[in-house]
Design a protein around this ligand. Structure first.
Ligand SMILES: [Zn+2]
Ligand SMILES: [Zn+2]
Length: 241
């Protein structure tokens, strides 16, 4: 990723600026603390709910540097972050709403900056398509950290899980965890299933109508035959009497 950092002036904000980004939720090895890992740059680094950026390339300069692509990144709006969450590589990531402070640089759709506070975490979808409600161990992680994955109650089964409130508490009590259903109001997949059922019903009704029509045609054919037979009998019925 190449950001046009050299062309934009460095800025400093005393007032926190809002931002949105994707991240993977993490739980420390002893289960006493939470963190987040980046989805692109700095994937291996885990940051806390309130943290300062470090150079992920190992340099000692302060972030964000004009000559380096390190630092925290965020979008100005939730939309691009939600769009990114649809890509297969980012399934399992959660949507963070962050407050940006300290030194920052602007890029087309967001900011690259030095200090961040995570305000809220939205869990998004379970792998099965339902809205996720809890966090489970994904089976992967990095040194000292287990990577968590958002799952729905059905898929969680009897696996040990961390609730949204639990995650918020372990994050220092300043992070609110929400589920997609609460945030989005309705599940678009629910509508999809509904319209699929409606389409299915139309197909079934269509088949039944075709069957009824065939039966009516058959009845009409037999009525016609009987009528014709009756008509044939009448003129020829000249019995002597
Ligand atoms: Zn750097
Ligand atoms: Zn599920």
């Amino acid at each position: 990723m190449v950001w046009p950092a050299a062309r934009v002036p460095r800025e400093q904000s005393d007032k926190p600026l809002p931002g949105f980004k994707l991240a993977y939720p993490m739980l420390s090895a002893d289960g006493s603390a939470t963190g987040f890992s980046g989805v692109t740059l700095g994937r291996a680094h885990v940051y806390r709910a309130i943290d300062d950026a470090i150079c992920v390339h190992g340099s000692r300069h302060s972030c964000p540097s004009r000559w380096c692509d390190c630092g925290f990144y965020c979008f100005n709006d939730a939309g691009p972050a939600r769009d990114l969450a649809c890509e297969p590589d980012y399934r399992g990531a959660v949507l963070l709403e962050v407050a940006v402070s300290g030194r920052y640089r602007r890029y087309e759709r967001g900011l690259r900056y030095s200090r961040q506070r995570v305000r809220s975490v939205e869990l998004g979808r379970c792998e099965c398509g339902r809205s996720a409600s809890v966090l489970a161990d994904s089976g992967t992680g990095s040194l000292g950290w287990r990577k968590l994955v958002p799952v729905c109650a059905t898929c969680a089964g009897d696996r040990p899980v961390l609730t949204g409130d639990g995650f918020g508490r372990l994050s220092g009590g300043t992070v609110t965890v929400t589920t997609e259903a609460a945030a989005a109001g309705v599940s678009p997949l629910g509508t999809l299933v509904g319209s699929e059922s409606a389409a299915g019903a139309v197909v079934v009704l269509g088949a039944e109508l075709a069957l009824m029509q065939a039966r009516l045609d058959e009845m009409q054919r037999r009525i016609d035959e009987l009528t014709r037979a009756g008509e044939d009998e009448r003129p020829g019925g000249g019995e002597a009497g």
